[in-house]
Design a protein around this ligand. Structure first.
Ligand code: BGC
Length: 731
C-alpha cells in the first residue's frame, strides 16, 4: 500500500495555518497527546501535552479543565551561532544573526504514529545543514516519549550547539494550574520536574535525558522551571550528528511517587535506546492497524482522510485506564476543556467496539466508575436512578459551565445543556448495549453494563410526566442545541422508548443467564413490579410527535410554526447560519444545528418508520440543517447512504472526513473533533457498506458505495472472532 496513503504531509510552512497544523500533527498513545508544536518554538504557538485524567479547577474558572502538562519538546539549536528557527517574514523571531530556511517538510506517518520534520537551513555563516526531527509517544510503553534530531552538514563544517529542556512554566492559555514550588532537578545528563496541580493536587513527574557525546547541564537561570542540558559538536562535511532525547512521565493517577518512577523508568528507557523503543512502538502500531484499518479502493483522498480520523481516535483512546475517557477535542487541544460528552459513546466508541473492543470497554468502565456522580445528579434534581452529566471530567459530577465566555457585546449566554440535555443517559445506555451485542462480553454486562442501563432507566421512569393519558418530557434539549428547553423532543422521547425496551430485555436476559445478578440488581435498584409496569407503559404511551398528514416526525411541537430560513441560500459560508443570524434570532427559526431527527434515524434505523417516512424526514430536515456542529455531516452521510441518496451522502462524507484535515469549520486550532472522526467510520461501514449486526453476527445489507469507489475492505470483531468483508461496487 503506497506510503502516501498513510502520510499527512505539509510541504511548506504557512504561519497562518500553524495552530491548525499543531492540532492535526498531534501524536499520542492513549495516555497523553502532544500537539505538533516545533521543538524550538514559534511565535504564538500553543504547545500542549494533555495527560488523561489530570483535571484541575483553577480559582475564578467556572469549571475544571484538563491541565496542560510541562512541555517535553524543547530542543534549541544554533548553527555556527545562528539560532535555528522557522523564519518567516511575519515571524517576530527575526533578529540577527539571521538564518534562512531553504526547504521544509513535515510528515505525520499514520501507520507508525511518528511525526517528522525535515528542514534545510543556511546559517549566517553560509554553512548549510539538513535537520531531521522525529518524535513519537511510545505505544508500547505509554510513559516513554522519544525524540531524535539528525543534523547533516550539507555544506561546510558547522558548529552545532544543541540545548534540550523541559518547560514547567506552561499554562492553559494563561490559566496556571501547576503550583509554582515545582521540584526542579538536574542530575548528570538528566533533567526532571516534579509538579502538583493547585486545586486537585495531582502530582506529575517528568524526566528527560539527552543522549549524545558530551551533554552538560545548563546552569540554572531565572527560568528555574525550565531545566536544560547543552552539548556542542562540530560536524564534518557530509556527515551527520544524531541527538536523542528520551523523556518519561508519570502522574499520581498511575503511581505513588511519579518523579522517582519517571527517573527510574528513564534509566531503563535509555538502556533500551531510541532504535529499540522505536521498533517496539512501530510493532504496537502495526497491531492497531491490523485490526482497525479500512481500505477504500478508488478514492485516495478519502482513504487518507479515513485513516487520519482513525489515527486520532486510536491515539486518544485510553489503553490501560478505566477512569479516563475521550474528550470532545481528544488530547489535541484545549477546546471544551477536555470534557467528555455524548461524542464518546455515540461517535468515538463504535469504531473501537468493532475493532478494539478492549479499548471500548475501558471507555464504558469510565462511565460505570462514575455512576455515583450520575446518581448524585439525579438526586440533586429531584429524580431517581442515575442521570449522567452532559459534560464529565474525573469526578463524574456535572461540569458543564452555566455561562458562556464573554461575547463580543460583553454579555454572557446561559448554557442550558448541563441542565436539560438529558439524552446523554440514553446515549450511554446505547453505547453499552451495542458493545455487549458486538462483543458478547457477558462478564462486563452482568457486572457493570446492565446496572448502567437499568439505573438510567430508573431515572427516566421518574423523569417522564404523565399528562392526559400519555407520557411527555418537557424542558429538553435534543441534539439540535439551537432550540433549548423545548417540550417533547422527538429524538429524546423516541430514544427513551428504546431505552425502556432494552432495559426490560436486559432484565429478561439476566433472569435466564445470571439469575443471582438479576436478583441483586432488582434489590439494589429497587426494580419493583410497579416500576417495571411503568416502563412497559412508557413504551406504549410515550408521545412521539408525528404529522400524520405529511407522514413526518416533528422535531418538537411548535417547530414548524417558527420562521423558515432556507439554509441552502446561505452558501457559500464558513460560519454557521446561527452565527450569521445571531443567537437570539436563530432560536426563533427552523434552522437546525445538527442531525436530530436524522440522528434518530441513524441510531434506530428501520424501527423509526417506513421507508417513506424516512425519506420524508430527510427531505424535511436536511435542507433546514446548517451543520453548525461537526457531529452532523457524518450522520447525514450514514442515513443518506441508507436511503440511496448517494450524491448527498458522499458530499456529507467527504465533508466529515476532512473537517479536521482541511479545517472545514475553522476551529481546529482548539483540537480535533473526536465525534466527527468516529462518525466517519460509522458512515462508511453502517452507511455505505450496509454493515449490520443480525442475530447470527455481522452481515452486509444492501451496500451502496459512491459511484467512483471500487471496493471497501475491513474487518470487525464479533464475539472475539474477526470477520472480514470486501464490499464491491457493481461494475
Ligand atoms: C454539539 C454537541 C457536542 C459538543 C461537543 C456541540 O457543539 O452541538 O452535540 O456534544 O459540541 O462536541
Amino acid at each position: 500500500m503506497p506510503k502516501r496513503l498513510w502520510s499527512v504531509i505539509e510541504r511548506s510552512f504557512h504561519p497562518d495555518k500553524q495552530l491548525h497544523h499543531e492540532t492535526i500533527f498531534t501524536i499520542g498513545n492513549g495516555y497523553l497527546g502532544t500537539r505538533g508544536t516545533f521543538e524550538e518554538g514559534f511565535a504564538q504557538d500553543s504547545p500542549s501535552t494533555l495527560v488523561h485524567g489530570i483535571y484541575d479547577h483553577a480559582p475564578g474558572m467556572l469549571v475544571p479543565e484538563l491541565v496542560n502538562a510541562p512541555n517535553w519538546l524543547p530542543i534549541r539549536i544554533t548553527v555556527d551561532g545562528t539560532p535555528f528557527r522557522i523564519i518567516t517574514k511575519t515571524s517576530d523571531f527575526m533578529r540577527p544573526p539571521e538564518g534562512h530556511v531553504l526547504g521544509f517538510e513535515r510528515v505525520l506517518e499514520l501507520d507508525r504514529g511518528v511525526l517528522t520534520r525535515d528542514v534545510l537551513f543556511r546559517a549566517a555563516s553560509g554553512n548549510i545543514v539538513r535537520l531531521i526531527f522525529e518524535r513519537f509517544a511510545s505505544l508500547h510503553n505509554q510513559h516513554i516519549l522519544a525524540q531524535r534530531v539528525r543534523i547533516i552538514a550539507v555544506e561546510g563544517s558547522p558548529v552545532i550547539e544543541l540545548e534540550s529542556a523541559l518547560d514547567g512554566s506552561v499554562t492553559n492559555a494563561g490559566v496556571a494550574h501547576w503550583a509554582q514550588d515545582m521540584h526542579v532537578l538536574t542530575d548528570g545528563d538528566v533533567i526532571a520536574l516534579g509538579a502538583r496541580t493547585q486545586q486537585s493536587a495531582y502530582t506529575l513527574g517528568i524526566a528527560s535525558q539527552l543522549i549524545c557525546a558530551h551533554p552538560m547541564p545548563v546552569p540554572e537561570t531565572d527560568d528555574r522551571l525550565k531545566p536544560a542540558m547543552r552539548t556542542v559538536v562540530q560536524i564534518q562535511p557530509q556527515t551527520e550528528a544524531v541527538f536523542d532525547k528520551l523523556t518519561t512521565i508519570f502522574t499520581s493517577r498511575d503511581v505513588a511517587a511519579p518523579l522517582e518512577t519517571a527517573l527510574s523508568a528513564l534509566e531503563a528507557a535509555a538502556h533500551s535506546g531510541y532504535d529499540r523503543l522505536y521498533a517496539d512502538h512501530a510493532a504496537e502500531w502495526k497491531k492497531y492497524w491490523d485490526s482497525s484499518d479500512v481500505v477504500i479502493e478508488g478514492d485516495d483522498e478519502c482513504q487518507l482522510a479515513v485513516r487520519f480520523t482513525l489515527y486520532h481516535i486510536l491515539i486518544t483512546a485510553p489503553r490501560h485506564d478505566e477512569n479516563a475517557s475521550i474528550g470532545a477535542k481528544t488530547l489535541s487541544g484545549l477546546g471544551y476543556k477536555g470534557h467528555v460528552f455524548w461524542d464518546t459513546e455515540l461517535f468515538a466508541l463504535p469504531p473501537l467496539t468493532l475493532t478494539q473492543p478492549r479499548l471500548a470497554r475501558n471507555l464504558l468502565m469510565y462511565r460505570y466508575n462514575r455512576i455515583e456522580g450520575a446518581r448524585h445528579k439525579a438526586q440533586a434534581n429531584g429524580y431517581e436512578g442515575a442521570m449522567f452529566p452532559w459534560e464529565s471530567t474525573d469526578t463524574g459530577e456535572e461540569t458543564t459551565p452555566q455561562w458562556s465566555d464573554v461575547q463580543p457585546d460583553g454579555s454572557r449566554i446561559r448554557i442550558w445543556t448541563g441542565d436539560t440535555e438529558q439524552h446523554i443517559s440514553t446515549d450511554i445506555a446505547y453505547g453499552v448495549w451495542q458493545y455487549w451485542r458486538w462483543t458478547g462480553d457477558d462478564d462486563f454486562f452482568v457486572q457493570h453494563g446492565a446496572e448502567m442501563i437499568l439505573d438510567t432507566a430508573v431515572f427516566w421512569g421518574s423523569r417522564v410526566e404523565h399528562i392526559n393519558g400519555r407520557y411527555e418530557l418537557s424542558q429538553q434539549i435534543g441534539p439540535d442545541e439551537y432550540h433549548e428547553n423545548i417540550d417533547n423532543s422527538v429524538f429524546t422521547n423516541r430514544m427513551v422508548v428504546w431505552h425502556m425496551q432494552i432495559a426490560l430485555r436486559t432484565l429478561d436476559w439476566l433472569k435466564v443467564h445470571a439469575p443471582a445478578d438479576h436478583d441483586r440488581l432488582v434489590a439494589q435498584l429497587n426494580l419493583t413490579p410497579e416500576r417495571l409496569a411503568k416502563w412497559a407503559d412508557i413504551i406504549d404511551r410515550m408521545y412521539i410527535p408525528f404529522d400524520q398528514e405529511k407522514q413526518i416526525h416533528i422535531q418538537f411541537p411548535g417547530f414548524f410554526e417558527m420562521e423558515y430560513i432556507p439554509v441552502p441560500d446561505y452558501t457559500p459560508r464558513t460560519s454557521s447560519v446561527q452565527a450569521i443570524l445571531g443567537h437570539a434570532r436563530s432560536i426563533q427559526t427552523q434552522v437546525i444545528k445538527q442531525a436530530d431527527v436524522v440522528m434518530m434515524m441513524a441510531l434506530l434505523g428501520d424501527a423509526v418508520g417506513s421507508h417513506e417516512v424516512m425519506v420524508n424526514n430527510w427531505n424535511t430536515y436536511y435542507p433546514r440543517t446548517d451543520h453548525g456542529s461537526s457531529l452532523s455531516p457524518a450522520m447525514h452521510a450514514w442515513v443518506g447512504a441508507r436511503l440511496g441518496l448517494m450524491e448527498e451522502a458522499y458530499d456529507m462524507f467527504h465533508h466529515a472526513a476532512h473537517i479536521d484535515l482541511h479545517d472545514n469549520k475553522g476551529n481546529v486550532r482548539d483540537g480535533m473533533h473526536a465525534a466527527a472522526c468516529g462518525g466517519v467510520y460509522q458512515a462508511l461501514l453502517f452507511g455505505f457498506c450496509g454493515l449490520q449486526l443480525g442475530d447470527d453476527g455481522p452481515k452486509i445489507v444492501e451496500p451502496r458505495l459512491p459511484e467512483h469507489w471500487k471496493q471497501v475492505s475491513f474487518g470487525v470483531y464479533y464475539r472475539g472472532k474477526r470477520h472480514t468483508f470486501v464490499v464491491k461496487n457493481p461494475v
